[in-house]
Design a binder for this molecule. Structure first.
Ligand code: ADP
Ligand code: MG
Length: 282
């Protein structure tokens, strides 16, 4: 679902990424491990299309690199949930409003449908009771959990995380990693970049070591052969979305109804021959 083909990024004299080729599939967990300045954040910025490769190509789903039309960029962002080292919450809004923002931006839901989605995401990260708090009333670990709720509230196909435990003490860091592990086990692909070996080790990840914009060890992965076409059309299917999903996707984000315990009523037997009661004698 994400493919880099000889993608390079140059900033003046500095080659931030040097002909990078790698691939990850839907539902995979990949960690880029490398020192500061290795190019990790640049990789994530290429995926979100905040940056363009100087040469080579970056494909996310069927969004091929290059400048995407606005509508495609917006759709792409909706299929990506992003978690940053410094949380990037809006400090003048409550936790509820921070998590609600990407739902409102998606623009698909009526106000009364936003609330259950947000509360479901807050419940997943254990912050239901903090919905009315402001970010500066939370611990760093709680702020990162709120940021994770914001990242997953639209049920993205991929969660991107840039040093998500960098600003956290050990216990919160472990909780945040456990949360990311769980989100991944529930089906989201996870791409995390970090300088910390122990973070890579805490995840069921394929680890790629990055130095000076190059993969120096690890299995870069082979892209699945493209389904038929050489140049796939710009559709959303490869991200696991279809038009139908567009309409129903939200339904997955609210808690499922409890299993039906009462069996379906037996089908009504075909009508018997009408009885002529007028003939009936007592
Ligand atoms: P990492 O996230 O691994 O620390 P980055 O991807 O942020 O590394 O940066 C890789 C290299 O590219 C670094 O040398 C950095 O200084 C340089 N770089 C990143 N962004 C820019 C930019 N906007 N302008 C100039 N140089 C940049
Ligand atoms: Mg970085």
């Amino acid at each position: 679902m994400i493919t880099f083909e000889q993608a390079s990024v140059r900033y003046g004299e500095r080659l931030a990424l040097d002909s990078l080729s790698w691939h990850m599939n839907e539902g995979e967990c990949v960690v880029f491990l490398g020192p500061s300045g290795a190019g990790k954040t640049t990789i994530l910025r290429l995926i979100t299309h905040e940056a363009q490769p100087t040469s080579g190509s970056v494909t996310v789903g069927t969004f091929v690199g290059g400048r995407l039309p606005r509508a495609h960029r917006a759709l792409l962002r909706r299929t990506l949930g992003i978690v940053y080292e410094d949380f990037r919450l809006l400090n003048d809004r409550t936790i509820f409003e921070n998590v609600a923002l990407p739902v409102r931006v998606a623009g698909k839901f009526a106000d009364e449908d936003v609330e259950p989605r947000v509360m479901f995401a807050l419940d997943e990260v254990g912050l239901k009771d903090k919905q009315n708090a402001f970010p500066d009333e939370l611990s760093a670990g709680e702020r990162q959990k709120a940021a994770i709720a914001r990242a997953i509230v639209n049920r993205p196909a991929v969660v991107l995380a840039d040093e998500p435990t960098g600003a956290l003490e050990k216990k919160s860091a472990e909780e945040v990693l456990a949360l990311l592990r769980r989100i991944h086990s529930e089906g989201a692909a996870l791409l995390l970049v970090t300088t910390r070996t122990e973070v890579a080790e805490a995840l069921p990840a394929r680890v790629l070591m990055l130095e000076d914009g190059r993969i120096v060890s690890g299995e870069p992965g082979m892209p699945a052969p493209p389904p038929g076409a050489e140049s796939a059309p710009w559709t959303v299917e490869a991200l696991g979305w279809s038009k139908e999903d567009e309409d129903t996707r939200g339904a997955e984000t609210v808690p499922p109804e409890p299993e039906r315990i009462v069996p379906e009523p037996a089908p009504v037997p075909p009508a018997a021959e009408p009885v002529d009661h007028s003939e009936r004698k007592l």
